[in-house]
Design a protein around this ligand. Structure first.
Ligand SMILES: *[C@@H]1O[C@H](CO)[C@@H](O)[C@H](O)[C@H]1NC(C)=O
Ligand SMILES: *[C@@H]1O[C@H](CO)[C@@H](O)[C@H](O)[C@H]1NC(C)=O
Ligand SMILES: *[C@@H]1O[C@H](CO)[C@@H](O)[C@H](O)[C@H]1NC(C)=O
Ligand SMILES: *[C@@H]1O[C@H](CO)[C@@H](O)[C@H](O)[C@H]1NC(C)=O
Ligand SMILES: *[C@@H]1O[C@H](CO)[C@@H](O)[C@H](O)[C@H]1NC(C)=O
Ligand SMILES: *[C@@H]1O[C@H](CO)[C@@H](O)[C@H](O)[C@H]1NC(C)=O
Ligand SMILES: *[C@@H]1O[C@H](CO)[C@@H](O)[C@H](O)[C@H]1NC(C)=O
Ligand SMILES: *[C@@H]1O[C@H](CO)[C@@H](O)[C@H](O)[C@H]1NC(C)=O
Ligand SMILES: *[C@@H]1O[C@H](CO)[C@@H](O)[C@H](O)[C@H]1NC(C)=O
Ligand SMILES: *[C@@H]1O[C@H](CO)[C@@H](O)[C@H](O)[C@H]1NC(C)=O
Ligand SMILES: *[C@@H]1O[C@H](CO)[C@@H](O)[C@H](O)[C@H]1NC(C)=O
Ligand SMILES: *[C@@H]1O[C@H](CO)[C@@H](O)[C@H](O)[C@H]1NC(C)=O
Length: 714
C-alpha cells in the first residue's frame, strides 16, 4: 500500500504543469496590495519570491490559476484595484468586512470570469456603473454590495448582461431612484433581490412579474409608494416578501395568490382594508407582520388555516370585533401574537391558551372585557405577557393565576383593576424569573407589598399612578437587579430610606442588568425610541408626587449609576446635598415642588450630561450658577424660588453675588432632545431610535415628544 501511495504522489507531481502561479497573476495581486493603505499584514505573506497560490487568502486551481481571493475581516483600508479584473480565472472575490473606500471597479462587475462578488460591509462610495445593453453575457451569479455607502440609482440596463444573476444584495446603502423596472427579463434565474435600507422611491415595478424564480423580495425601509401591483401576485415562486416601513397603500386583496409565502412583512405602511378570508391559502406562512398600518375589520376564519404561523403581528391598526372566528387551536406553532393598540372586543378566546409554544402575547390597549382565564397556565413557555388596559378586574385572582406561569419575565398589568386593593399575599413561586413588572395606573390602595421582595430577578418595577400608602420598605435594597423604580403618583409617606441608597444596580456605573432580549420590542412612554432589551433602559428612580418628607439623604451620592432622579412634588426639606454632584451620569434631575432651602451647589456644573433640570417651586436662595449646563436650562427650571437671583429669574443678583457673563440663548426643546439622544446612544448603544417615518406618522402627532430619560415604556 505505501508504495502505491508513493507512486500516486509521484504521478501527480509529474503531470502537474508548473508549480507556481504566473508572474502576471502575482503582479495583479500586488496591484491590489499597492492600492491599500493598510494591508492587514498581507505584505508579509504575499512575498514576491513565493508562489502566489500559497499566499494568504488566495486559492488556485490545478492549473495554478487564481480562482478565489478571500480577504475578509482583515481591516484592509484603501481602494479596490481594477487590476483584479486581470485575474482571468478568478471565480470568487470576497472582500467583505474591511474598511475599503473608493468605488467598485466596473472591471469586476463586468468580469468575464467572476461568479461571486462580495464587497459587503465596507465604505465604498460612488455609483454602480451602467453596462451598455450590448455587453455580452456575464457569468456573475452573486453580487453582494450590501452595507456600503453607494449612492445614485441602481443600474437599469446592466441586468441585461447579467444573464446568470441569482442574488442581488444592495441593502444598507444610499441608493436613490427606483427599483430596476425589469431586472429579470434577461436574468430569469434571479432568486434574491435585497434592497432594504436605502432611499429608493417610486412604485413596486410591475416588471417584477417576469421574475419567475424570485424567492425573496426585500425592499423595506425605503421611500416606496403606491399599491402592490397585480403583476407582483403572479410571482408565485415568492417565499419572502418584505416591504416594511415604506409608504405603500391599498388592500391586501391579491396577496393570497402568492401561495408559497413563508414571510409576509408589510409593517409600517399605510395599508387599509381587512385581512382577506383567502389568507388561509397561504399554507406555508410563518411570519405575518402587518403592524403599524390602517387595517381594519374582523380577523377571518381563514387565518386558522395558516397552521404554520409562528408570528402574527397586528400591533397598531384598527382591527375590531371578537376573535372568535379564529380557531387558535389549529395555530399550534404560534410563538408570538401581538394585537397591541387595536379595537378588539369580547373576551380573550380560550383557544389562545392551546397555543402551547407561545412565548409572547400582547393584548394591551384593546377594549376586551372579562377576567383572565386559568388556562393561561397552559402556556408553559410564555415569557412576555402584556395585558395593559384590557379592562381586567380582580387583581388578586389575576396574580394568583399568573403565579403559575413560571417562564414569565415581562408582565404588564397596568390600567386595569381600577380602585381595587393591592394584594398582600401572593404566591411568588411562579414569578421567580420576572424581570419587568407593571402594575401602574390602577388606582390601587394598600401598600407596596412584601411579596415583591421575593422576586429575585426584578430589574424594572412600575407602581406609579396608584394610591399606595406607607413607606418605601427596607427590603428594597435586597432586589439586587433593580435598576428602574417608578413609584410616583401614590400617597407614600416617610423619609427616603437609606436602603434605597444601597441599591446594588444604582450604586455603580459598571453594573449592567443581564442582557436578555424582550420577546417583543417595546417603546418608551412617548414612543420615541424602540427597545429590544431591558438593559437598554436608563437607570432611574422616580419618587415624584408622593408625600415623602425629611431631607434628601447625603448618601444619594452613592447612586453613581443613576441617569434620572425625580423627587418632585413631595414635602422634602433641608438643603440640596452637595453629594448629588457626584452623580455624574445624571441626565435628568427634578427636585421641583418641595420645601428645599439653601443654595444651589455650584458643583452641579460637573454634571455634564444633565439636559433636564428642575428646582422650581422650592425655597432656595442665592445666585444661580452661571456656568456649564446651567446657562442652557429654561427659566422655568428655577421659577417659584423668590430668594433665588440670576439672569434667568426676575430677581437679578447684586454685583457682590454674581460676576455675570453672557448667557447662551435658551435652547429649543428640539436640540435638547438631540443632545440627550446622543448622550443616551453613546451610553447604551442598544436602544434604537425608532424609525423616523413611523415616528412621524404614528406618534409625533399625539405626543409632546419631549424625551425624558425615563424607563417607563409600552
Ligand atoms: C490589467 O487591468 C488594467 C485595469 O483594468 C488594464 O489597464 C490593463 O491593461 C490590464 N493588463 C493586462 C496585462 O491585462
Ligand atoms: C464572504 O466572507 C464572509 C466572511 O468570511 C462570509 O460570511 C460570506 O458568506 C462570504 N461571502 C460569500 C458570498 O460567500
Ligand atoms: C445581504 O447581505 C447582508 C450583508 O452582507 C447579509 O447580512 C444578508 O443576509 C444578505 N441578505 C440576503 C437576502 O442574502
Ligand atoms: C452576501 O450575500 C451573499 C448572498 O446572499 C451571502 O451568501 C453572503 O454571506 C453575504 N455576505 C455576508 C458577509 O454576509
Ligand atoms: C414579462 O412579463 C410580461 C407579462 O407578465 C410578458 O408579457 C412578457 O413577455 C415577459 N417578458 C419576458 C422577456 O419574459
Ligand atoms: C420620498 O418620495 C416622495 C414621493 O413619493 C418624494 O416627494 C420625497 O422627496 C421622497 N423622499 C426622499 C427622502 O427621498
Ligand atoms: C380551511 O381548511 C379547511 C379544511 O382544510 C377547508 O375546508 C376550508 O375551506 C379552508 N378555509 C379556507 C378559508 O381556506
Ligand atoms: C371600535 O369599535 C367600535 C365598535 O365595536 C366602534 O364603534 C368604534 O368606532 C371603533 N373605534 C375605532 C377607533 O375604530
Ligand atoms: C384604555 O382604554 C380605554 C377604552 O378602551 C380608552 O378610552 C383609554 O384611553 C385607554 N387608556 C389609556 C391610558 O390608553
Ligand atoms: C377575586 O378572586 C378571588 C379568588 O381568587 C375571590 O375569592 C374574590 O372573591 C374575588 N373578588 C371579587 C371582588 O370578585
Ligand atoms: C396620578 O394617578 C391617578 C390615578 O391614581 C391618575 O388619575 C392621575 O392622572 C395621575 N396623575 C398624573 C400626573 O399622572
Ligand atoms: C462625593 O462628594 C463628596 C462631597 O461633594 C466628596 O467628598 C466625595 O469624595 C465624593 N465621593 C465620590 C465617591 O466621588
Amino acid at each position: 500500500m505505501p508504495s502505491l501511495g508513493l507512486a500516486l504522489v509521484l504521478l501527480v507531481s509529474l503531470v502537474s504543469p508548473t508549480s507556481s502561479c504566473t508572474e502576471q497573476e502575482k503582479s495583479s495581486l500586488h496591484q491590489l496590495l499597492a492600492g491599500l493603505s493598510r494591508d492587514g499584514g498581507l505584505t508579509a505573506s504575499w512575498r514576491h519570491d513565493t508562489d502566489c497560490c500559497a499566499w494568504e487568502g488566495i486559492t488556485c486551481n490545478q492549473d495554478m490559476k487564481v480562482t478565489d481571493v478571500s480577504l475578509t475581516s482583515l481591516g484592509l483600508e484603501g481602494a479596490i484595484s481594477p487590476f483584479l479584473g486581470n485575474l482571468t480565472g478568478l471565480l470568487r472575490l470576497n472582500l467583505s468586512r474591511n474598511l475599503l473606500t473608493g468605488g467598485l471597479p466596473p472591471e469586476l462587475v463586468s468580469s468575464s470570469s467572476i461568479l461571486v462578488l462580495d464587497v459587503s460591509f465596507n465604505r465604498l462610495t460612488g455609483g454602480l456603473s451602467e453596462l451598455p445593453s450590448s455587453t455580452p453575457a456575464r457569468p456573475l451569479q452573486v453580487l453582494n454590495i450590501s452595507s456600503n455607502l453607494f449612492t445614485g440609482s441602481l443600474p437599469s440596463t446592466t441586468w441585461e448582461a447579467m444573464k446568470s444573476l441569482v442574488v442581488l444584495n444592495a441593502s444598507s446603502n444610499r441608493f436613490t431612484g427606483q427599483i430596476p423596472t425589469t431586472p429579470c427579463v434577461s436574468a430569469p434565474s434571479l432568486a434574491v433581490i435585497e434592497l432594504s435600507f436605502n432611499q429608493l422611491s417610486g412604485n413596486i415595478p410591475p416588471g417584477l412579474s417576469n421574475c419567475s424564480a424570485l424567492k425573496l423580495l426585500s425592499a423595506g425601509y425605503n421611500n416606496l409608494s403606491g399599491t402592490l401591483p397585480d403583476a407582483l401576485f403572479k410571482v408565485t415562486s415568492l417565499e419572502h416578501l418584505s416591504l416594511p416601513n415604506n409608504w405603500l397603500v391599498g388592500d391586501l386583496g391579491g396577496i393570497t395568490k402568492l401561495i408559497n409565502l413563508v414571510t409576509l412583512d408589510l409593517g409600517g405602511n399605510e395599508f387599509s382594508g381587512n385581512i382577506p378570508e383567502s389568507i388561509g391559502d397561504l399554507k406555508s406562512l410563518e411570519e405575518l407582520h402587518l403592524e403599524h398600518n390602517s387595517m381594519s375589520g374582523v380577523l377571518p376564519t381563514g387565518l386558522s388555516n395558516c397552521t404554520n404561523l409562528v408570528t402574527i403581528d397586528l400591533n397598531s391598526n384598527q382591527f375590531s370585533g371578537e376573535l372568535t372566528k379564529v380557531n387558535f387551536v389549529s395555530l399550534s406553532n404560534l410563538r408570538k401574537l401581538d394585537l397591541l393598540f387595536n379595537n378588539f372586543t369580547g373576551t380573550v378566546p380560550e383557544s389562545i391558551y392551546s397555543c402551547s409554544k407561545l412565548t409572547a402575547l400582547r393584548l394591551s390597549y384593546n377594549p376586551f372585557h372579562g377576567q383572565l382565564s386559568e388556562k393561561i397556565g397552559n402556556l408553559k413557555s410564555l415569557s412576555f405577557l402584556s395585558l395593559a388596559n384590557i379592562s381586567l378586574t380582580n387583581i388578586t385572582r389575576t396574580l394568583q393565576i399568573l403565579s403559575s406561569s413560571r417562564s414569565l419575565t415581562t408582565l404588564y398589568l397596568g390600567f386595569n383593576f381600577l380602585h381595587e386593593t393591592m394584594p398582600e399575599d401572593v404566591s411568588t413561586d411562579g414569578f421567580k424569573n420576572l424581570q419587568v413588572l407593571y402594575i401602574n395606573h390602577c388606582s390601587l390602595s394598600g401598600k407596596i407589598p412584601d411579596w415583591l421582595s421575593k422576586l429575585p430577578n426584578l430589574g424594572m418595577l412600575f407602581l406609579q399612578g396608584n394610591q399606595l400608602t406607607g413607606p418605601i420598605p427596607e427590603w428594597i435594597s435586597s432586589l439586587h437587579f433593580l435598576f428602574c423604580l417608578d413609584i410616583s403618583n401614590n400617597s407614600l409617606t416617610g423619609e427616603i430610606p437609606s436602603a434605597l441608597m444601597e441599591m446594588p444596580m444604582l450604586e455603580s456605573d459598571n453594573t449592567t442588568p443581564p442582557k436578555v432580549f424582550f420577546e417583543l420590542p417595546v417603546w418608551n412612554k412617548n414612543k420615541f425610541m424602540q427597545y429590544l432589551m431591558p438593559s437598554a433602559f436608563p437607570k432611574a428612580l422616580n419618587l415624584a408626587m408622593n408625600n415623602f418628607s425629611g431631607m434628601i439623604p447625603e448618601e444619594i451620592g452613592q447612586l453613581q449609576g443613576l441617569f434620572s432622579l425625580n423627587l418632585s412634588s413631595n414635602r422634602l426639606s433641608g438643603q440640596i446635598p452637595e453629594q448629588i454632584c457626584n452623580l455624574t451620569n445624571l441626565q435628568m434631575l427634578d427636585l421641583s415642588d418641595n420645601h428645599l432651602t439653601g443654595t444651589i451647589p455650584v458643583a452641579l456644573k460637573n454634571l455634564h450630561f444633565l439636559s433636564r433640570f428642575n428646582i422650581s417651586n422650592n425655597d432656595l436662595e442665592g445666585s444661580i450658577p452661571n456656568v456649564g449646563q446651567f446657562s442652557t436650562f429654561p427659566n422655568s427650571s428655577f421659577g417659584g424660588n423668590p430668594k433665588l437671583c440670576g439672569p434667568m429669574v426676575a430677581n437679578h443678583c447684586g454685583s457682590a453675588e454674581a460676576g455675570l457673563v453672557s448667557i447662551d440663548p435658551i435652547k429649543q426643546n428640539g436640540s435638547e432632545v438631540i443632545i440627550f439622544m446622543t448622550a443616551f446612544v453613546v451610553f447604551f448603544g442598544v436602544g434604537v431610535l425608532y424609525d423616523q417615518k413611523i415616528l412621524a406618522r404614528h406618534w409625533l402627532k399625539t405626543c409632546n415628544c419631549y424625551h425624558r430619560p425615563s424607563c417607563d415604556m409600552i
